[in-house]
Design a protein. Structure first.
Length: 356
């Protein structure tokens, strides 16, 4: 039986025989070229191209663990790790730094002609105001329903300044800035303030999850229910409560009769109160059940407890009072304690009411 490790020539031994045979054969002809696993990879002064004199230096020692094999490779008898000089490492670092430094220069994006103009595109402003997608707002422009400062817009891409330009859709002013408008059906017992130091339930309890600070438009008595507006549009809130604009409010009052026929005339002519006359703009009986009457009173004044005081002075104390309308905003089927966002049409009608 032939041994794979014998140095005898002439036999067909294991092709992976000892390195002695090959060295003897290569010694007779051209110089022996080291195998890849025998090459040394160290660089720098004194480095040689010849491989180690011994045979397969990276072979696993018999009976050794994987950890031992790895440690053996790192040792003096195994393959040496690449040894780079400090100057070589410095050159590589500088080259990489220069290569990646060039990528930091970002080219500015190409802009369409006129991008340097001031203002925003009209369809973007309309979309932000809640008139639908930008495509839907472009259709509004195509239908000649949009105007800027009294001029109907017919071309797309028109730019506006939300701070200065007046934008209207179907004749109603658009709130071009980030304004919010809500209607709350205030329940009885809720204080008409955004905060209450005494800890009572107030209007602020219904808008605690809003990012922007809202405030109420006017007030309602604690025991009066119905519509109260909340917004962050200061000028609109001021005008809605200013006597100059005379925004009408409508109330439903429950009183006990019998009610004389001339009650409406007396209220329209004016009732003398301690702080002057108070006049109703409209009065009608909505419902009658025996001696119980549900009457509707509309007036544009906003003095404290004015409806209760007027009816009490006329001889009909109010048992229950609900405000069903504030200008063009009506209560409808909105449930008690519910908050709803006003539509763009409603906001436009409010602004039209106070000449905004």
């Amino acid at each position: 039986m032939r041994s794979s490790g014998s140095g005898k020539s002439g036999g067909r031994g294991n092709p992976r025989g000892s390195g002695g045979n090959r060295d003897q054969k290569q010694g007779q002809g051209r110089p022996r070229k080291p195998r890849p696993e025998e090459r040394r990879y160290d660089v720098g002064p004194g480095a040689t191209k010849e491989g180690p004199k011994s045979g397969r230096t990276g072979a696993k020692p018999s009976g050794g663990s994987a950890q031992g094999s790895r440690s053996g490779q790192k040792g003096g008898g195994g393959r040496t790790a690449p040894g780079r000089s400090r100057e070589y490492e410095t050159r590589i670092e500088e080259r990489n730094r220069d290569r990646y430094a060039e990528k930091k220069d970002v080219r500015p994006p190409k802009t369409f002609p006129g991008a340097e103009q001031e203002g925003e595109r009209l369809q973007k402003v309309l979309a932000r105001a809640g008139y639908g997608s930008r495509r839907a707002c472009e259709e509004l422009i195509e239908q000649a329903r949009v105007e800027i400062n009294g001029e109907i817009v017919l071309e797309q891409g028109r730019r506006v300044d939300p701070e200065k330009d007046e934008v209207k859709v179907d004749g109603l002013t658009v709130a071009t800035q980030s304004y919010q408008f809500f209607s709350l059906n205030k329940p009885a017992g809720v204080v008409s303030t955004m905060e209450d130091p005494e800890g009572r339930q107030c209007l602020g309890d219904y808008v605690t999850n809003r990012e922007t600070r809202l405030f109420h438009v006017g007030r309602l008595d604690t025991e009066t229910e119905g519509v109260i507006l909340l917004t962050n549009h200061g000028e609109l809130a001021h005008r809605l409560t200013h006597p100059r604009y005379g925004v009408k409010k409508t109330y439903l009052a429950h009183i006990v009769g019998p009610v004389p026929r001339d009650l409406g005339k007396r209220l329209k002519d004016g009732i003398q109160l301690e702080d002057g006359y108070a006049r109703a703009d409209h009065f009608r009986i909505v419902e009658q059940t025996g001696k119980n009457y549900l009457v509707e009173v509309t007036l544009h004044e906003g003095r404290k407890h004015i409806v209760r005081r007027m009816l009490a002075e006329a001889g009909f104390p109010v048992d229950k009072l609900v405000r069903t309308g504030f200008g063009p905003i009506t209560l409808g089927d909105q449930k008690s304690g519910w908050l709803r966002r006003l539509s763009n049409t409603e906001v436009g009608m409010l602004m039209q009411e106070v000449e905004l």
